[in-house]
Design a protein around this ligand. Structure first.
Ligand SMILES: Cc1ncc(C[n+]2csc(CCOP(=O)(O)OP(=O)(O)O)c2C)c(N)n1
Ligand SMILES: [Mg+2]
Length: 274
């Protein structure tokens, strides 16, 4: 890695650490949330929002913005933490997460929160919407790119594979999907439920370029997002650990939506203190 790449990765690692701290506080306020999936997707979101993507937080509807869709919408605390830091709204608002009348619902709502491109939560819809956005870019001859982050358990929804097939057929070069491959879904391991492996080969068979990488390695993520396009939609199979960053939360099925006790919040913050 050259020194510029090193600097970029180190900056992102620090932002990711601070984002995980923000997620702990955000979930601690209502004592609800999905900390495992928030932590597995943090490095992916941070790399996209703080290095890769083009947007204007002060003008959320700017036509030239890259489109971003968090299809695994239950991980809203991670998305809101990143959007606040990016300047879409005040970080003070995070304290209202899931409170009655707060715009920060458990699932992101585009009519309530600046920077949210599509309503998600019911799994299986982000990729079809992203494919539509990428087709729209080709029709309008716009050069924006479209990014969508999917859960691996989410891939059991058949709508994903219809959308994948069409994106491959249309050779949607402006589209990048990231699969948060943490190998856990709600209450079980993906491979015990409805196995996905070999996942990269499945996407290739649908006409996609597939890159397998460590989803917590910021330098690898930057390389994969920025690699020259080859006339196909691209998917990053990002191998991650659910709960990444806090030892007692990592890779444990119960932390899909378990909320840390007050003592565990303190312990988590201690581990994340760096
Ligand atoms: C259509 C639909 N079915 C069920 C759910 C309930 N649900 C929320 S999260 C989740 C598990 C998702 O697992 P995965 O996509 O692997 O997400 P992650 O591991 O990143 O949290 C389920 C079943 C839902 N949100 N939408
Ligand atoms: Mg998962």
């Amino acid at each position: 890695m050259n020194s510029l790449a090193n600097d970029r990765a180190a900056r992102l690692a620090e932002i990711a650490r601070e984002t995980r701290i923000s997620i702990v506080h955000t979930i601690d306020a209502p004592r609800m949330g999905h900390i495992g999936g928030d932590f597995s997707v943090t490095d992916i979101l941070v790399t996209l929002f703080f290095d890769v993507m083009r947007y204007r937080a002060e003008e959320p509807g700017w036509a030239g913005r890259d489109r971003f869709i968090l299809s695994k919408g239950h991980c809203s605390a991670a998305l809101y933490s990143v959007l606040a830091r990016a300047g879409y709204f005040s970080p003070d608002l995070l304290a209202s997460f899931m409170a009655p009348l707060s715009p920060l619902n458990g699932h992101p709502n585009r009519r309530k929160v600046a920077g949210v491109e599509a309503n998600t939560g019911p799994l299986g819809h982000g990729l079809p919407i992203a494919v539509g956005a990428a087709v729209a870019a080709t029709i309008s001859k716009s050069d924006y790119r479209t990014y969508v982050v999917l859960g691996d358990g989410e891939l059991q929804e058949g709508s994903n594979w219809e959308a994948a097939m069409f994106a491959g057929h249309r050779r949607l070069e402006g589209l990048t999907a990231v699969v948060d491959r943490n190998r856990l879904q709600q209450g079980a391991r993906t491979e015990d439920t409805n196995g996905l492996d070999p996942l990269d080969e499945k996407w290739r068979a649908f006409g996609w370029e597939a890159i397998v990488l460590d989803g917590h390695d910021h330098a690898a993520l930057l390389d994969a997002f920025e690699a020259p396009r080859i006339g196909k939609p691209r998917v990053l199979i990002a191998n991650t650990r659910k709960g990444k960053g806090v030892s007692f939360i990592e890779d444990r099925v119960e932390w899909h939506h378990k909320v840390p006790s007050r003592e565990q919040v303190a312990l988590a913050l201690e581990e994340l203190a760096g």
